[in-house]
Design a protein around this ligand. Structure first.
Ligand SMILES: *[C@@H]1O[C@H](CO)[C@@H](O)[C@H](O)[C@H]1NC(C)=O
Ligand SMILES: *[C@@H]1O[C@H](CO)[C@@H](O)[C@H](O)[C@H]1NC(C)=O
Ligand SMILES: *[C@@H]1O[C@H](CO)[C@@H](O)[C@H](O)[C@H]1NC(C)=O
Ligand SMILES: *[C@@H]1O[C@H](CO)[C@@H](O)[C@H](O)[C@H]1NC(C)=O
Ligand SMILES: *[C@@H]1O[C@H](CO)[C@@H](O)[C@H](O)[C@H]1NC(C)=O
Ligand SMILES: *[C@@H]1O[C@H](CO)[C@@H](O)[C@H](O)[C@H]1NC(C)=O
Length: 474
């Protein structure tokens, strides 16, 4: 698990600029976020390092008059591995520097010494003080659009090693403690960076690979959350730029408009900020409209019993007599569709959509074919509300008054005003709840495994929605 948070979270949560392509979804990890990642990462690393298996080692000694002898240390066991202070800083453009200082290790084990007439053994304990480690981590993106992290350099240093040897002949080894301490230091120093690099490679990097680069929404659409370029670092944050684009699962085609730049306000109170561009929402609109999914049919059986405006030609005949004359006693059907993708406009404080809706009315003939009656064009102001919880982004629409015009009629001209009550009802009581039900199920946010977003805030900015959150690793 080491590190997985550290990087996982930084990478998952970041933004970039990456030249020509603006992202549809930007994740920025602030210093506060990086610091949290560091805490989690170092705690994990500490656990990882305390499982280091140290090899036995041995050497020879030489004493005047006594001659050469042999010693060995075995069953070395780390009792404590503490990394009490550390720091992480982003390094422009795409790396992170982790520095650990004042590390402390305590271990113990057994020793043996042999010199012709002397043969003895005992136990020892060892303290490593002033361990420091400096690691440079490069952030990048791979072919699948997932973030990557790798160690570009690692160095470590041990200020002090103290060995305390007990046993009858410990005086003997005490004579060489300098040499023994130096050997321990070599062994430890050689191991630490390889453990650190290994943890990053086998724990942190795989956790970054849990970023959902595509999220399937339904049988029509998915969201592409792949990185548009490597994460970028500034002195204060790491930015990860994600495509943030809906696409048609069956046949993906290029979107005929581009994402605007996402200009984050300077804000450091939370660990993570996401910029969800209007592009994100508008590609959704585009995909569903192009797939013919923004069509909704209203039939009489969908209308609550207590509403008098039944969808049949005798009821409509009281408003437009021609309908009843031409198609006596038949049920009707309204086909509501969006002739073009409705676009969401995000401004500070406001989210608005001004969709147009075509409503084609039909009479259902006894042989069950449809006879067109008239076609209305309806425009309305829609206020969008968007909310987030820890995993999903959720929408809700509220309508203002409808404006209707008659586009075409097969039953002669009539004043659309007569349809006001009925159409308002069908749109706001049947179509809208249907749409809100879909939007209410929400769309998945790109969150890495083991991360939970808390303290969420949401703020409309110019052309994007700013989402702020703290993160909990669990
Ligand atoms: C970071 O990247 C920018 C643009 O790619 C470049 O102008 C700048 O020199 C880079 N800075 C460093 C420290 O590499
Ligand atoms: C709506 O009705 C039209 C006309 O009968 C039909 O072609 C279409 O498949 C229906 N669409 C849906 C979503 O029910
Ligand atoms: C049409 O609706 C009226 C109620 O307004 C009802 O009495 C009549 O039976 C309905 N006609 C058809 C064909 O369903
Ligand atoms: C939001 O939009 C409404 C209607 O267009 C407008 O009256 C209001 O001033 C807008 N608010 C802001 C903060 O722009
Ligand atoms: C259904 O009836 C109408 C009018 O009676 C006729 O014009 C149409 O061709 C018929 N459709 C089918 C599929 O039989
Ligand atoms: C987030 O919202 C979605 C859609 O309303 C809901 O299904 C999900 O349970 C919610 N998740 C949490 C953690 O509240």
């Amino acid at each position: 698990m080491a590190w997985r948070l550290t990087v996982a979270f930084m990478v998952a949560a970041c933004v970039a600029h990456a030249g020509a392509t603006n992202p549809g979804f930007v994740v920025r990890v602030t210093s506060k976020g990086l610091d949290y990642a560091r805490q989690v990462g170092v705690t994990i690393l500490q656990k990882e390092l305390s499982t280091i298996k140290l090899p036995d080692f041995s050497g020879t000694f030489h004493i005047k008059h006594l001659g050469k002898g042999h010693y060995s240390f075995h069953d070395l066991l780390i009792r404590q591995f503490l990394l009490p202070s550390s720091q992480i800083v982003p390094v422009p453009n795409a790396s992170l520097k982790l520095s650990i200082s004042n590390g402390f290790i305590q271990l113990d084990g057994q020793w043996q010494a042999k010199k012709s007439f002397i043969k003895d053994h005992g136990s020892f304990d060892l303290k490593v003080e002033g361990l420091s480690v400096t690691v440079s981590l490069a952030l990048g993106s791979d072919g699948s659009g997932r973030p990557t992290i790798s160690t570009t350099s690692c160095s470590n240093h041990i200020a002090n090693v103290r060995v305390h040897i007990s046993g009858k002949a410990s005086w003997l080894l005490d004579l060489f403690h300098k040499k023994i301490e130096a050997e321990f230091r070599n062994v430890m120093e050689g191991k630490i960076c390889s453990i650190v690099s290994e943890s990053i490679k086998t724990k942190l990097q795989p956790s970054l690979q849990t970023l959902p680069v595509t999220a399937k929404i339904d049988h029509i659409a998915g969201i592409d959350y792949s990185l548009v370029g490597p994460p970028t670092a500034t002195a204060e944050s790491i930015d990860v730029n994600l495509k943030g684009e809906f696409f048609d699962l069956a046949h993906r085609s290029p979107v005929p408009f581009s994402p605007p730049a996402v200009a984050f306000p300077v804000d450091h109170n939370l660990m993570l900020y996401c910029g969800v561009s209007d592009y994100f929402f508008n590609t959704a609109s585009f995909v569903y409209q192009a797939a013919g999914a923004l069509i909704f049919n209203v039939t009489d059986d969908m209308i609550p019993k207590d509403f008098q405006m039944r969808l049949n030609t005798s009821t409509f005949g009281t408003l437009i007599p021609q309908v009843q004359k031409m198609f006596p006693n038949m049920l009707m059907k309204l086909m509501m569709s969006s002739p073009s993708a409705p676009f969401l406009k995000i401004t500070p404080g406001n989210l608005t959509v001004t969709p147009t809706l075509d409503i084609q009315a039909f009479a259902l003939l006894p042989n069950s074919s449809l006879a067109p009656l008239f076609l209305l064009s309806v425009t309305t102001g829609v206020t969008a509300k968007i909310a987030v919880n820890s995993t999903r982004i959720i929408g809700n629409l509220a309508l203002s008054r409808l404006l209707m015009t008659l586009k075409h009629s097969d039953v002669g001209t009539f004043s659309v005003a007569v349809l006001d009550v009925a159409v308002n009802y069908y749109v706001s009581h049947i179509l809208l709840p249907e749409i809100n039900d879909k939007l209410g199920r929400g769309y998945p946010l790109p969150v890495l495994d083991h991360l939970v977003l808390t303290d969420l805030i949401l703020k409309p900015q110019q052309d994007f929605l700013q989402l702020g959150a703290n993160v909990n690793y669990g």
